[in-house]
Structure formats: C-alpha cells, structure tokens
Design a protein around this ligand. Structure first.
Ligand code: OAD
Ligand code: ZN
Length: 251
C-alpha cells in the first residue's frame, strides 16, 4: 500500500492542473450515509418518493421531513482526513478545484474554497414560485418553510432526479475536466448522469484518472491508478507523506 501512496503522491506533485471529483463516499467516514450500497439511502428510501419535483408537489412535508433528517445528520458531521487533505492540497496551490456531487458542504467546512457543487447544497433553499434564494444555517424548525418574499413553499436548492444540473456549475466542471492532467475520483459510484461524464471527459482528454474507492465502479476501468481503500484512511496517510515531501523541498 505504501508504494501505491508514493505513486499517487508522485502524480499529485508533478501535476500541472489537479482536479478532484467527489461523491458521497468521501463523506462516509464522517457519518453521512451514501446513496447506493448495502447501507445506502436508496436501500431504505425510494428516490422517486423523495428526490423528484413530482414527489415534492405531491407531498412537500414528507420531502422536507427527509431533508430535515439529513440536515440534522450533516450538521453534526465533521470533515474527515479526505476533506482536510483536499483543502490542504488547494492551500499548497496543487489542487485547482473540487467538483462535487455532494450537497453536505463538508469540503467547504474543511477549508476548501474552490468547490463546484453539481447537485446544489442542502444548506440553501429556493422558492418554488419567485426568484428568492436563501442560506440555511440549521435544520428549519417549521416545515415546510415558506418564502419570506411571496409566502409560497421553499424547497431545498438541490438537484432532483429529472432536473437539469445548474448550468454555470456544469460548464465550469466541464472546463476543469478539460483543463486537468490528473483527476482524483473519490467515493462515487459513477452511475448518475450527467455528473458521471466528468471523469470520462477528463480521461478522453488524456488526464490520468486516480480512483479512490473500496469498490469497483464503471470508472475503474479508465483509472490509471485504482486505490481500493476508504478515502479518509488513504488521505490521512497521503497528507502526512506530502507534508514530508514539501518540507524536505523547502529545506
Ligand atoms: P453513491 O452512494 O452512489 O456511491 C458512493 C460510492 O462511495 C460507492 O461507490 C462506494 O463504494 C464508495 N464509498 C463508500 N465508502 C467509501 C469510503 N469510505 N471512501 C471512498 N469511497 C467510499 O454516491 P454518489 O456517487 O455520490 O444525486 O451518488 C451520485 C448521486 O446519486 C448523488 O449526488 C445523489 C444520488 O442520487 C442526487 O440526489 C441528484
Ligand atoms: Zn417566493
């Protein structure tokens, strides 16, 4: 495993434009449930009843109850070494941006600045009628919450099944995928479109894909390096070693 860490470090440190693409698995060790897999949310809940615009129209309270429950879990979650390592790599000027499918805000909580949120954020709401958008600090006491401007229903500012991705975020993500020469793909099942195209676009443009995921995914066969380990564990090792490399360079 040490050899694998050293190899990943080599590609990270010699990269010209390093980008990370993350999914629910990067937050798993922070206690935030993933969607797929044996303990995944989609084993216990039906996406079509909770994460579609139709579901919200039919039963906004039920959808809000689910989001409130997830907000509670996320509000107690702390970033793990994978989030911190990515934030540190950005500070060092090595990592240029994170493209995430996560709505939990844990990358930002760890200190990352340049985060492209492809699926929105659980910490924002938007009005179902007017153009009001707002931030949420904690799970709302009263659900479903109402718009302060027009009193219509507010909804989480996240992307639901059947909805397009936010256009500006998508274009930025594609442009980063085209710019990068190395992409870290961390904790995603790589099956949700169009987000899952991002590593493919990078790969088709000759970027080296480094996948960190204990399971194999449809991305594994395009990966130049595959690390079959939990992200938090792997990155806590990696960041200690990177510290050593960087300090030895400075001395
Ligand atoms: P998934 O739940 O589909 O996949 C999580 C991935 O993380 C799996 O491949 C796991 O093997 C891996 N994993 C689990 N624990 C890990 C760990 N400790 N370290 C590294 N990897 C680990 O999550 P996403 O790929 O993010 O969309 O799902 C994509 C989208 O599907 C989500 O953004 C959400 C969901 O429906 C919407 O809600 C629109
Ligand atoms: Zn409104």
């Amino acid at each position: 495993m040490d050899e694998l860490v050293e190899m990943v470090i080599k590609y990270i440190l010699t990269s010209k434009h390093l980008v990370a693409f993350t999914g629910a698995g990067v937050s798993a060790e922070s206690g935030v449930p993933t969607f797929r897999g044996s303990n995944g949310l989609w084993k216990r809940f039906k996406p079509e009843e909770l994460a579609t615009p139709e579901a919200f129209r039919m039963d906004p309270l039920r959808v809000w109850e689910w989001y409130k429950w997830r907000m509670k879990i996320i509000s107690h979650a702390k970033p793990n070494p994978a989030h911190y390592a990515l934030a540190k790599l950005e500070k060092l000027g090595i990592l240029k941006c994170i493209i995430t499918q996560n709505v939990d805000g844990l990358h930002q909580k760890a200190g990352s600045q340049n985060v492209i949120e492809l699926h929105g954020s659980i910490w924002r709401v938007k009005c179902t009628r007017c153009n009001y958008k707002g931030k949420v600090e904690k799970p709302p006491e009263k659900i479903p919450p109402k718009c302060p401007k027009c009193n219509s229903l507010l909804r989480p500012d996240v992307v639901w099944f059947g909805e397009p991705l936010p256009q500006r975020e998508w274009s930025k993500a594609v442009s980063e995928a085209l710019k990068c020469d190395v992409m870290l793909v961390i904790g995603t099942s790589g099956v949700v479109m169009p987000a899952a195209l991002i590593p493919r676009i990078a790969w088709e443009n000759r970027a080296k894909i480094i996948e960190i995921n204990p399971e194999d995914t449809p991305i594994s066969h395009i990966a130049y390096i595959k690390v079959s380990e939990a992200a938090g564990k792997f990155f806590s090792n990696l960041i200690n070693l990177i510290d050593k490399h960087v300090t030895s360079k400075q001395n």
